[in-house]
Design a protein around this ligand. Structure first.
Ligand code: ARG
Length: 587
């Protein structure tokens, strides 16, 4: 809308002999209850006009109407000048942008960005928190790609450490050679089962020792299982063949299981990093930090950084025995990622319980003088809770990602079974549709909310065909596809001379697609795209209910409305795809 800003500068110069700049002009979208599409805030100009806001608005409005051909009229409401732009202008916007091939895909900007997401531990299956993580990561990556970045999707798998040894040990002691095949279980679930068994058996040992009168600390220390797990970790680090063999076998099971979950969830990665390869890396950086005086050593040999001047505290970066802590290896991995890809920006999608860790990590890298540390960003997200119902998470038991997805497919099936209006689909088509709807409902519900916010996932609300839901948008897409197939192929012939309000509103919202993507990319926020898509679906439904498409007054009008419908379907499909959500052709 640069032409309106320019014209406003001219108006103020002419009317009030004052030079203002583009930054002084505040343009907004006109509120629904008023006529017009663009609103100029005129309060600030009363300083120059020395008149009331209304009078100022009227004067500027009259000037604009007289001098700018695209401006068809105006009205003022207090300090707001609402401007109606000629239909001709919107039709050109439609033709020259929205209807062009490749609309919404920004040209490549030459920048590289890495998005690390998922990053599970291999001792148990993915859970509800991972679902939010994966959806956010995948969507952010897609949005950045559409905004012009080259994107590298990475997954840092935590495949070593004491927690992994716990599952391994429990399997060795209690597993009787059980395998995913023999147990008919996904590999990640099987390994997770032994992690739980470890915990149970370990608790028994601790309790027995408490009953003998040991203190809790002693009991935990003397529990044989914990000692054995620690021994196993030492053996692993020493390269013990048998331990490594078991570790490989069990990890293969887990990766097999993860791959199935990722596939079902529709996410993927360009590059995997494994902590078993990276856990020793950070030690060079510790040396570097000691040399540069960024870190200091305590008497016991442990290495620390003092961040009190930055409002944080002292933080351990290497244990006294020379072993790594979490941040040691994250420092090393950050450097490795940068060496591998030289990206301009690097995003870590990780839950908000690690806010402090990432603050410290980024600060350390800055203090070490790594220029690239400027481009690091923690995309922090809040917890997901489930309400009561069959998937309710009981205290201590997390909701499994596979179970949740299966249950959403069932939720979709049950929902349509209950509807009076039956789906006009074959049994096979339904078997394809239910996962699309069930997962679409889940994904949309999780993505429409700002990542920072904690959220309550309500399966029944998410599946509704009416309301701010994925299925509503999916249904709108299917509805358009049905109109298009009944309408047949149409070339856009003559554009109409004028537009109806619902047509104009639809064109305006469609034309905002690139801005929505750019805004979402800037803030790494998929919710912006999700909410935008909802606006598109709403605008289309309004248009659909108020205007006849196939029975339009003239053939030209019919082909114009079909064309508009086609553009809408494309934008809905594209933006949902960015969110990792499929849209059905029929439902
Ligand atoms: N594996 C870790 C966890 O499950 C998350 C790792 C996040 N990424 C990172 N670079 N620290 O808590």
């Amino acid at each position: 809308m640069d032409f309106i800003i320019d014209a406003t500068l001219q108006a103020v110069a002419q009317l009030y002999q004052t030079q203002i700049t583009a930054q002084d002009v505040n343009l907004q979208q006109t509120r629904k209850e008023f006529d017009g599409q663009v609103t100029i805030v005129t309060f600030p100009f009363t300083r120059f006009s020395k008149k009331s806001p209304e009078q100022t608005g009227n004067e500027i409005g009259a000037y604009l109407e007289a001098n700018v051909p695209e401006i068809a009229g105006f009205n003022t409401v207090k300090g707001f000048l609402n401007i109606s732009i000629a239909d001709n202008y919107w039709l050109k916007v439609y033709q020259n942008t929205v209807a062009q091939p490749g609309f919404g895909v920004a040209p490549k900007n030459g920048k590289k960005v890495m998005v690390e997401y998922s990053s599970p531990n291999t001792n148990k299956p993915l859970h509800l928190g991972h679902v939010r993580n994966n959806l956010l990561g995948y969507a952010v990556a897609g949005i950045l790609d559409a905004a012009g970045y080259e994107v590298i999707k990475t997954n840092l798998v935590n495949d070593r450490g004491i927690h992994i040894c716990k599952s391994m040990l429990a399997w060795q002691l209690f597993g009787n050679g059980e395998t995913p095949e023999s147990a008919q279980m996904k590999g990640d679930h099987l390994v997770g089962k032994y992690y739980v068994i470890f915990d149970k058996e370990y608790k028994k040992e601790v309790e027995a020792r408490l009953a003998q009168g040991m203190t809790e600390e002693e009991a935990k220390k003397h529990a044989p299982l914990m000692k054995q797990a620690q021994q196993m970790l030492q053996k692993w680090e020493a390269g013990d063949e048998q331990v490594i063999e078991l570790w490989k076998t069990m990890n293969t099971w887990v990766y097999d299981g993860f791959a199935k979950t990722y596939k079902k969830l529709g996410v993927n990665f360009d590059k995997f990093y494994y902590e078993s390869n990276t856990y020793l890396l950070g030690k060079d950086i510790i040396e570097e930090g000691l040399e540069k005086g960024v870190f200091f050593k305590k008497d016991d040999g442990s290495v620390w950084i003092d961040l009190t001047a930055d409002g944080l505290d002292q933080k351990l970066v290497l244990r006294g025995d020379g072993t790594s802590v979490y941040i040691t290896q994250d420092l090393g991995t950050a450097q490795l990622k940068y060496n591998d890809f030289g990206m301009d920006e690097s995003i870590y999608v990780v839950g908000n319980e690690q806010d402090y860790h990432f603050k410290v990590l980024f600060l350390i890298l800055q203090k070490l003088g790594k220029n690239w540390a400027q481009g690091l960003y923690h995309l922090s997200y809040g917890m997901v809770d489930l309400p009561s119902g069959k998937m309710k998470s009981r205290e201590g038991t997390v909701v499994d990602a596979d179970d949740l997805m299966d249950s959403m497919v069932e939720t979709a099936e049950e929902y349509f079974d209950k509807q009076e209006k039956k789906l006009d689909l074959t049994e096979e088509e339904k078997q394809v549709l239910f996962p699309v709807i069930g997962l679409g409902a889940l994904k949309y519900f999780l993505l429409k909310v700002d990542a920072k916010k904690r959220l309550l996932f309500d399966p029944n609300e998410s599946i509704e065909l009416q309301g701010h839901t994925g299925p509503f948008i999916q249904y709108t897409h299917a509805r358009i596809k049905s109109v298009l197939s009944r309408g047949g192929e149409h070339q856009l012939a003559q554009l109409p001379a004028e537009l109806d309000a619902v047509e104009r509103d639809l064109i305006i919202v469609l034309s905002q697609y690139p801005e929505a993507i750019a805004a979402a990319a800037k803030e790494f926020n998929p919710a912006t795209v999700a909410n935008y898509t909802y606006e598109v679906a709403k605008a289309y439904n309004k248009f659909y209910h108020e205007k006849s498409i196939l029975q339009a007054e003239t053939e030209d009008l019919k082909s114009f409305r079909l064309q508009l419908s086609k553009s809408t379907a494309q934008i809905i499909a594209q933006s949902m795809q960015l969110l990792g959500i499929q849209v059905p052709e029929r439902m």
